[in-house]
Ligand binder design. Sequence first.
Ligand SMILES: [Zn+2]
Length: 566
Amino acid sequence: MTKGEKMHLRFSRAGHFWLDSGLVGLKKILDETEKDVIIQEDADGFFLEGTKNAVIAAIEQAYDILIDQYYNISTQKQKEDTRAYNFYYDSKEGRFYSFPKKKSCGIAEVIYNKAPRPTGQMIKWAHKSEKKVEIYYQGKKFKRTIARLPDSYAHLQDSMDEFLNQNELDITTAGLLYDAPYAVKPKINIKITNDNKKIKGHCYFCGQPSEVLEEATQTTFPLITGTSGVLSFNSMAQNPEKVCWKCSLLGKFVPVNGFYYTSGDNIFIFLPYSSSFEKMIDVFDSLHEAEYRDPNFYRNFDHGLDGFFYHTFEVAFAFLFTLYKKVLLHQKGGEEDFTALDWEELLDLTLNKAPLEFYTMHARKEGNTFSIKTLWPFRESVYFYRLLDHVEKNGVKIKEVIRLFYDPQEKNENATLKRNRICERILKKKSILDLVEIFVYGSERTYIKPIVDFLLIYEPEIRKDDSVMTREEQDTAVALGRRIGVAVGKSEDGKKGDLYALRKSRKKVDFLEQINRLQFKLGSDFIVPPDVYEGKLNDNNFQEFKQFCMIAALNSFNAATSETKK
Ligand SMILES: [Zn+2]
């Protein structure tokens, strides 16, 4: 290959959610840059066409943009903390510059969480004080470290001290940063060669032969860990997997494609994934309409739901709900009224060309590294969005339901443990009946109507071929519960304890006996629907029948007692 000769450099999908997210990230950034290369996309990836130098320049430029947007950034807090700023000397301008602290944030922090390093030269201090020294400067008093430049740079000493004093900056580096600030920037190796004779081995991820292989680290894929990781898929711990430079590069572009939400030391990551690269590119812009720029980078989507979210499934629910509102309903602000779902958009997004999945990862910060706690693919987008549409169409606001599942009697993380379990069941299309019954009787909420409305729409949806309980049986249980709740709530002789007594019955016979007792107590205020005795309640469905009945009873009881109070 001679200089100036055109070459092709191909990047292909690996069929791996992490690296393919990186592939999307690289492509999206390359698309935005001015470059002397042509990009050709196809179903399985893309290639760059140009001279070797132009190809390398394009990749380096894309990498610099990536670093500036995800790895080497300053949070609002870091920007505001001007006294913690660092500084460097610019020899061309002949002056000092200060700059805020830098860190990697969000998904980038999981990939690479290291201290910044000098990007230019560093002139080592000839001497640095061990402690901070008190400084008096123009009537101000403050403390800072004192450092002396080596003789060859002694001419900068006075202006440096003046600059530090003026800005009340401290010295935290091992030397003077010269001509460039420091930066958080993982190393990359771009090794374009066409020599098949020198092949060292095959890449662990893409399987391609490669002349240069690197040890796989967390910066390639957080779940593959060489020497320092916590959880490892690598059974040969002493013999770390090797990866090619392309996979190593792609792993760093993952943050572009992803969404994340942090809560304390936990981060929840959502990566849209499809078996078709074309599809991943097609849906990128639509999905990222939901992206939000948080000044402190705690999250990059704004779910618009009330309160805090701590656990995997409730956060996943909140994320999918955000896409529903922002992408499928195009609600930008705080609109909450029901809008019809754009079915074409939904099908385009979820099923066209290839199905869309969301890889959900929960990682927890332990010291300086993150350990991955869970990883699961969510493949039920169509079901989930149909459900939300169906529920909201019937006048039930998801936002309200989610808010009410927060348990005000519990503190912090515990307040949403039950909600998390309920969200898990919903995402997995499973019944939430037992959990809801425990929740409404365990919490002191006196207003549960949206929860009950949601339940009564949700359960028949996921029980379409259920053998335990038919829709008619559910309706009977609810009708019975409503009559009980109203009668107990309105009657002078009724009290909430009657509901608890009924709820305690372990067998169908006990349950019916309790109902008889109630009838005796409440008289004509309470009439049992006849179909309860005509087989709608049976030994087989007793548990669920009772759960539906008790939830409906509590809801009606609450309504009746709040009316009486008025
Ligand atoms: Zn590879």
